[in-house]
Design a protein around this ligand. Structure first.
Ligand code: DAK
Length: 258
């Protein structure tokens, strides 16, 4: 199916999904959320894809949920539609790694979308914020939950209560983003990271993602037990033999996802 609010390209084992509503700074309307979730699920099911990138434009990753679309809704409609549940539920069900490439505004639902990805690489112009408080509402897709876990209570309170924006530099310092690069280098850096991931054994990539995410859902001792079990299970794979033998033989590993 052709998408109208996003563009999707698959090249060299990486699916690049670009949000494409430039007139609204990529604000997330229901069509975009539907198309994005569908594209992510298709990439997850596509054997050629080994890593997924979600990007916006230089000016905006996404300036939040679409205020024009939301303004007229009432409680009964948003409750019955379970508005935006998909952004959390369907994106976090994706097993392959998802990198968010953030340049410009990542606000409200845009910041939450970036945080629902596995890690964020940002350009120097990126601005993160949860400004929902200015609209008489609060964050609804993890802005009070994920942000608090990533940057701590004090900054999360500051962002959610004042609605101020965080610069890329502050976001990197606070642990919200993994790397910051000049805007012209952003996609090169992100695609470089995606291709590096695509070279690894599929099973260890999926297991590593699942284990890191488990740390947000469980106690430390249960998380470490989960990690250890996953680590042990890797020894049932041919790729474990290949990876370790390649190291000993001083050559590049040729993983076969077996
Ligand atoms: N929605 C719709 N249109 C938006 C938009 C948005 N979030 N952000 C920007 N636009 C549109 C503007 O209306 C403008 O369109 P025209 O007027 O030209 O037709 C165009 O994009 C360019 O925007 P500006 O002219 O404002 O551009 P500037 O460079 O001057 O300012 C800005 C950029 C990003 C600072 C500014 O546009 C801005 O403050 N935007 C709103 C940011 C914001 O408040 N974001 C949070 C949205 S609320 C829920 C779960 C989650 C949520 C809701 C419910 N449930 C579970 C029920 C999430 C809520 C949100 O994200």
């Amino acid at each position: 199916m052709a998408f109208e609010t996003i563009n999707v390209e698959v090249e060299d084992h990486v699916a690049l999904i670009r949000l494409d509503r430039p007139d609204a700074l990529n604000a997330l309307n229901q069509q975009l959320v539907r198309e994005l979730c569908q594209a992510l699920e298709e990439a997850d099911a596509n054997d050629k894809v080994r890593c997924i990138v979600v990007a916006g434009s230089d000016k905006a990753f996404a300036a939040g949920a679409d205020i024009k679309e939301m303004a007229k809704l009432g409680f009964v409609e948003v409750f019955n539609a379970d508005l935006f549940a998909d952004v959390n539920d369907r994106i976090t069900a994706i097993r392959k790694p998802i990198i968010a490439a953030v340049s410009g505004y990542a606000l409200g639902g845009g910041c939450e979308l970036a945080m629902a990805c596995d890690f964020i690489i940002a350009s120097e112009t990126a601005k993160f914020g949860q400004p929902e408080i200015n609209l008489g509402v609060i964050a609804g897709i993890g802005g009070t939950q994920r942000l608090t876990r990533f940057v701590g209570k004090s900054k999360a309170m500051d962002m959610n209560l004042t609605g101020r924006f965080m610069t890329a530099e502050e976001a990197e310092r606070s642990g919200l983003v993994s790397r910051v690069v000049p805007v012209k280098k952003l996609m090169e850096e992100v695609m470089g990271a995606a291709h590096k991931i695509a070279e690894k054994s599929r099973m260890s990539v999926l297991a590593a993602k699942e284990a890191v995410n488990r740390s947000y859902e469980t106690t430390l001792s249960e998380g470490i037990r989960f990690e250890r079990n996953a680590f042990h299970s890797m020894f049932a794979t041919e790729d474990q033999k290949e990876g370790m033998n390649a190291f000993l033989e001083k050559r590049q590993a040729q993983f076969r996802d077996k």
